[in-house]
Ligand binder design. Structure first.
Ligand code: PXP
Length: 237
């Protein structure tokens, strides 16, 4: 079974548009779980543009599925992660001017920083996943650093069509095989929708997909529980 992590950042995006107290991400997480989510994913960004520290703290108490905290290698966020202790932390790159996470984390150029962040998380009992481009050198370094999982960045795949998309899928297929061969768990995410998810979830040994924008967009129309149930049925059909 492919596990579905529902990223609820954009519930908080709507709340922060008015700096008010609705919609409540904690409610959205509960409804996502009712729809069959295997995990709830939130990104605590340095600039706090959507998810706030209090959201992570309350979600830790209320989420019964796996809580996956996306975070940069940032000391302040690391301290929160080690205190709150999600089941999993996914290390991602972060730039304040970006609209969303634009690329994979470059762990070759910041080996020590990533190593130290991973060690603190793992010492606190938190499993670490690294969000990487489908690049074999990056994946080999993830193994060397002791990552439990690699989440392949599917953004380029999602943003292309036709032969360009097929080419991206080939690159992802090779990367996925390397992740398996090295004994790490295979995750994927970014830009996945009801229309493009099937080839990704059919990769052998795919364990976890993290999907946000598409599910939240559909939830606005059909409700959170239905939107999650539809995606869950699609990836395990
Ligand atoms: N996985 C990671 C590591 C991400 O940073 C994001 C975006 O926050 C997602 C998955 C979800 O991407 P999307 O919102 O495009 O589904």
């Amino acid at each position: 079974m492919v596990e579905l992590g529902v990223n609820i950042d954009h519930i908080a995006t709507v709340r922060e548009a008015r700096k008010t107290n609705e919609p409540e991400p904690v409610w959205a997480a509960a409804l996502a779980e009712l729809g069959g989510a295997d995990g709830i994913t939130v990104h605590l960004r340095e600039d706090r543009r959507h998810i706030q520290t209090r959201d992570v703290e309350i979600l830790r108490k209320t989420v019964t599925a796996k809580l996956n905290l996306e975070m940069a290698c940032n000391p302040e966020v690391l301290e929160i992660a080690c205190r709150v202790r999600p089941e999993q932390a996914t290390l991602v790159p972060e730039r304040r001017e970006e609209l969303t996470t634009e690329g994979g984390l470059d762990i070759l150029s910041q080996k020590t920083r990533v190593h130290d962040t991973m060690k603190a998380l793992q010492d606190a009992g938190i499993g670490v996943s690294l969000f990487l481009a489908p690049d074999l050198a990056q994946i080999e370094m993830a193994k060397e650093l002791g990552a439990q999982a690699v989440e392949i960045h599917t953004g380029h795949y999602a943003n292309t069509v036709g032969t360009a998309r097929e080419h991206e899928l080939e690159i992802i297929t090779v990367a996925a095989a390397k992740i398996r061969e090295l004994g790490m768990k295979l995750h994927a995410g970014h830009g996945l929708t009801y229309h493009n998810v099937l080839p990704i979830c059919r990769l052998p040994d795919m364990q976890e997909l993290n999907i946000g924008h598409s599910i939240i967009s559909r939830a606005l129309m059909v409700g959170m529980t239905t939107a999650v149930r539809e995606m869950k049925e699609l990836i395990n059909q």
